[in-house]
Design a protein around this ligand. Sequence first.
Ligand code: THU
Length: 133
Amino acid sequence: MEELFDKAQQAALAAYAPYSKFRVGAALLSIDGQVFIGCNVENRSFGLTICAERGAVMHAVSKGCRSFTAIAIAAPDSPVPVPPCGACRQVLSEFMPPDARVYFGGASVERVNATIGALCPFDSLHDLASGVD
Ligand code: THU
């Protein structure tokens, strides 16, 4: 997971975050071993901002990849590890089994190693996505 986290750190360097000054990078690992990165892209119409995690998912799905075993999230401007926001948890859970790893950190060496199932409890609609092409 630290290797995946390094890729997330690299991705954070491309963040477009002139308003918050809070860069985030994500690295998403597909079941066939490919890594797709994303970074946050802000907008002067603030609500249009896209988080790093959703950027990585859009990147992967656009390349034909829809199933992931892990994501690492790096937030180099944060003193504490930064987990995905609620919207990103929901989007990630569409393409991940509940036991997929969600590994996140901030500027320090502290890391949190969670699962998408723990971050999205009571997800009774999860199986709706499993029958979809
Ligand atoms: N952000 C992410 O990209 N991912 C997260 O998990 C938390 C928040 C971004 C959105 C915004 O550009 C900035 O961080 C501050 O919230």
